[in-house]
Design a binder for this molecule. Structure first.
Ligand SMILES: [Cu+2]
Length: 110
């Protein structure tokens, strides 16, 4: 009986911790696949503070470049790995791979 009580208390504490962390942490990770030759998804919505993680899933070299938007950033040209950016400013971002015409995406941040 005492054991069950302790386990129940532990579970309740874990649930409370989860609820508290969920209430405090608004920022989320948003994953974008960098593929041959497209971004997936092509449209994403973010909240300031969110982290966007682009992951190279194809075989060819690509980059991630903001051509229009409130915050400019640019990855290296590469064919593996990831590129992360924390979105700091609200607005509409046009993001392209400068190597492939038409390989583009839109990020809207609030
Ligand atoms: Cu590309």
């Amino acid at each position: 009986m005492k054991r069950i009580t302790a386990a129940t208390a532990a579970i309740m504490m874990m649930m409370m911790a989860l609820l508290i962390s969920a209430g405090v942490a608004h920022a989320v990770d948003i994953n974008v696949s960098v593929n041959d030759n497209y971004f997936k998804p092509k449209k994403i919505s973010a909240v300031v503070g969110d982290v966007v993680i682009w992951k190279w899933d194809g075989y060819m070299a690509h980059n991630v470049v903001v051509t229009r938007g409130p915050q400019k950033f640019k990855s290296k040209i590469k064919s593996t790995g990831t590129f992360k950016r924390t979105i700091r400013k609200p607005g509409k971002y046009k993001i392209v791979c400068t190597l492939h015409a038409g390989m583009e995406m839109v990020l809207k941040a609030k």
